[in-house]
Design a protein around this ligand. Structure first.
Ligand SMILES: O=C(O)CCC(=O)C(=O)O
Ligand SMILES: [Fe+2]
Length: 340
């Protein structure tokens, strides 16, 4: 029997949510969110990618990126050259998939059999802690083209594949620019991070998070706190805020910036940079009236790539802070909570 989907639970319009979604009192969003009533709270930095092309602004922008990656582990980017109409199409096809009848979605149910999370599902093993987040997902490989299996992508709506293929090409362009900028911000060769992540074999996976309306958003999470095991995550949210990041011992809500992409530094860049850039701890909240959705693209090295601190960043006063290991081993250890 298929596990119960959160969307299905939400459609029955319960007054209260089932117990497995209720967080312990000390963890609940209402007791832990930084309340910025007087507007003094700092916001996740916003970086204008156009400035990377302007000779007089480049240096300053590299510094902003370095600072955001060190202090926050997350930033938003604008002027990244992805058009608002492509975002709109991405949102439309994703929404249409989740609006299909339940049985049609179940045809894609994620079985976890091949050790991957591909397909439609309710919980990714890496975020399990015995309690459930108020969200369903769809997950599939996006890049490289040789690893795409279109039969595992939604076949409905019919434009899903075309729109998502176009989006993956555009996201690859943004990713390449960001990896160059991050390398330069670390005072490395421009190609250093991309080379370390497998060069042209670097992989991208798309997850669509679907957070149904929730009658008790003050006691639940959409996705429980975690860092991404990817190198970099490039996330497009819809206009319903919900992402929170851990900064200076507080949970801070990301403001919605129209047409911005949210860039998370993931575990693999934290390791390659020997801790200079930090993998951001984050979580997401849900909403009483509105469906929230988000589209993270996880950018990661191929599984057999060995990831450890880059040798250019290691010297007597900067000893390696992490063990080198394959990404396969890293993932296995993280999913099974074995320590690194
Ligand atoms: O929905 C969000 O904003 C965050 C989702 C997330 O962190 C994830 O899926 O890894
Ligand atoms: Fe995440």
């Amino acid at each position: 029997m298929a596990p119960t989907r959160v969307q299905y639970v939400a459609e029955s319009r319960p007054q209260t949510i089932p117990l497995e979604f209720v967080r312990p009192v000390e963890e609940r969003p209402i007791n832990t969110t930084f309340n910025d009533d007087i507007g003094l709270g700092r916001q996740i930095p916003v970086i204008d990618m156009c400035s990377l092309e302007a000779p007089e602004l480049r240096e300053k922008t590299f510094k902003e990126i370095a600072r955001a990656s060190k202090e926050w582990g997350i930033f938003q980017v604008i002027n990244h050259a992805i058009s608002p109409s492509l975002f709109e199409s991405l949102e439309t096809v994703g929404k249409q998939f989740f609006q299909l009848p339940q049985e049609e979605k179940e045809a894609y149910a994620c079985t976890g059999e091949d050790g991957s999370f591909t397909g439609y599902g309710t919980k990714l093993a890496c975020t399990t802690d015995g309690r459930q987040g108020w969200s369903d997902f769809f997950f599939h490989m996006l890049w490289p083209p040789s690893l795409r299996d279109f039969s595992k992508w939604p076949q409905k709506p019919s434009s899903y594949i075309e729109v998502t293929e176009e989006y993956s090409n555009r996201i690859l362009g943004v990713l390449n620019k960001l990896l160059s900028a991050l390398s330069i911000s670390l005072e490395l060769q421009e190609s250093a991070l991309k080379d370390a992540l497998g060069g042209e074999n670097l992989e991208m996976e798309l997850k669509i998070n679907y957070y149904p309306t929730c009658p008790q958003p003050e006691v639940a999470f959409g996705v429980v706190p975690h860092t991404d095991m990817s190198a970099l995550t490039i996330l497009k949210p819809n206009d319903v805020p919900g992402l929170q990041v851990w900064k200076d011992d507080k949970w801070i809500t990301a403001h919605y910036v129209p047409n911005a992409l949210i860039i998370h530094i993931g575990d693999q860049i934290q390791i390659l940079s020997n801790g200079k850039f930090k993998s951001v701890l984050h979580r997401s909240l849900v909403n009483k009236e509105k469906v929230r959705m988000s589209w993270p693209v996880f950018c990661s090295p191929p599984l057999d790539t060995v990831i450890g601190p880059l040798k250019e960043l290691i010297d007597d006063s900067n000893p390696p802070l992490y063990n080198a290991k394959t990404y396969r081993e890293y993932k296995h250890r993280k999913i099974n909570k074995l320590g690194q």
